[in-house]
Ligand binder design. Structure first.
Ligand code: HEM
Length: 151
């Protein structure tokens, strides 16, 4: 019982961390890109990464380790697959900012200037990801209440 409660709690905490972080990343990627500005980008990006890990680990255990309604329920639930499709979209969109921001971190650590020409695009990607997370909340809460079960 306690394990189930704790995994549910951490799964929801990931939402608070993740939605806040991806929104903060979008804002920070609008500049300025002085030392403080870059620190804001890197910190928001790091918390977004923490939330992603927490979401996926606690989610997979909740779905497939028998803590909730059992694997069969989720595997036969259309809304669960919609939620997973939205997650895959978030992860695909994450590829280029993740690689670029990794490069920004390396150059900043070396004291080298960062090429921020794509920052605007990464800000837009982050806003879209924030919207997708909101859609995932709608899917998750529907799935948890029996929507999507194939009759
Ligand atoms: C691999 C990724 C994920 C899996 C396998 C997963 C799985 C689950 C499972 C099994 C539940 C419990 C549902 C129930 O009570 O029957 C749940 C709840 C929930 N999930 Fe996820 N999840 C994942 C990622 C996410 C992400 C990225 C979000 C971000 C929005 C999210 C948001 C939620 C919310 C808000 C609930 C609570 C629903 C409620 O009790 O009303 N999950 N998830």
């Amino acid at each position: 019982m306690t394990v189930r409660w704790l995994f549910a709690a951490f799964h929801l905490l990931a939402l608070g961390i993740g939605l806040g972080a991806v929104w903060a990343r979008a804002r920070a990627l609008e500049g300025p890109f002085d030392a403080a500005g870059l620190r804001r980008v890197f910190s928001a990006d790091a918390w977004w990464g923490v939330a992603a890990g927490l979401w996926i680990v606690t989610g997979l255990i909740r779905a497939f380790a028998g803590l909730e309604k059992g694997s069969t329920y989720y595997l036969h639930n259309h809304v669960f697959w919609l939620k997973m499709a939205l997650l895959v979209l978030v992860l695909i969109l994450e590829a280029s900012p993740m690689i670029a921001l990794g490069g920004w971190r390396t150059r900043t650590r070396r004291g080298e200037p960062v090429d921020t020409r794509l920052a605007g695009r990464f800000a837009r990607v982050s806003y879209v990801q924030a919207g997708l997370v909101v859609l995932m909340v709608l899917a998750a809460t529907a799935m948890a209440r029996g929507y999507g079960v194939s009759r």
